[in-house]
Design a protein around this ligand. Structure first.
Ligand SMILES: CC(C)(COP(=O)(O)OP(=O)(O)OC[C@H]1O[C@@H](n2cnc3c(N)ncnc32)[C@H](O)[C@@H]1OP(=O)(O)O)[C@@H](O)C(=O)NCCC(=O)NCCS
Length: 191
């Protein structure tokens, strides 16, 4: 049995430790982190996955960004504890969070990562979307949460600087649906 919940401040030190374990040292020096500096994450989409004993198995986070003048979600980091990688938990975190993002009214999501992993969730290379350097353009990937949402969206990816980020994102529904809370899942949720 697994429990998937929005990350709370109590979870954060453990999530940071998991991410330090899963990524190379210096992960916060990556250019994608500059887009997160001083910007609150999208709380409803930052999820922690624990086993039935409460052991942290994985986590995923999202931040709001702008691409040109359009809002988008920046997915990442996503990490699964090395002892449970390859069991479908990464897929579970991806699918569940993307489903919640769609329910919340987000139209488009992007990330910087390996296409061979992310294409299974529908991601493809974004053309003419420029991350702050140094970023390999082949790793800049996007997914429509609403049909055609990336059509004509191009330009520099920049920090979401609005004082009230949610209020600035006209496309985004304000109140999370009731489903955006903790859910218990059994192994069949993994694919
Ligand atoms: C990437 C990660 C989140 C995937 O989680 P996971 O629980 O192992 O993933 P799943 O079990 O759902 O999927 C495993 C499949 O993904 C593949 N895969 C994992 N990482 C991959 C990568 N970087 N490129 C290509 N395929 C990858 C595995 O080979 C496996 O393939 P298979 O289904 O054909 O056997 C996890 O491996 C991880 O935390 N890695 C370290 C941190 C990281 O790189 N995060 C992503 C960058 S933001």
């Amino acid at each position: 049995m697994y429990e998937l919940c929005p990350e709370t401040p109590n979870d954060t030190p453990e999530v940071e430790a998991l991410m330090d374990l899963c990524f190379a040292p210096g992960r916060t020096a990556l250019s994608s982190y500059r887009l997160r500096d001083g910007v609150p994450p999208v709380e409803a989409l930052c999820l922690v996955l624990r086993d039935g004993s409460g052991v942290l198995l994985g986590a995923i986070r999202y931040w709001p960004v702008r691409v040109g003048d359009k809002p988008a979600l920046l997915l990442g980091p996503v990490s699964v504890h090395p002892t449970t990688q390859g069991e479908g938990l990464g897929g579970l975190l991806m699918r569940e969070s993307l489903g919640r993002a769609r329910e919340l009214g987000w139209a488009r999501v992007m990330l910087v990562g390996d296409l061979p992993y992310y294409r299974r969730f529908g991601f493809s290379k974004l053309e003419r979307v420029e991350m702050p350097p140094p970023t390999n353009p082949d790793r800049v990937l996007g997914l429509d949460l609403v049909d055609g949402a990336w059509l004509g969206v191009e330009g520099h990816v920049s920090r979401e600087t609005g004082g009230d980020v949610a209020a600035g994102l006209a496309e985004i529904r304000r109140d999370p649906p009731e489903s955006q809370t903790c859910v218990e899942m059994d192994g069949s949720a993994k694919r």
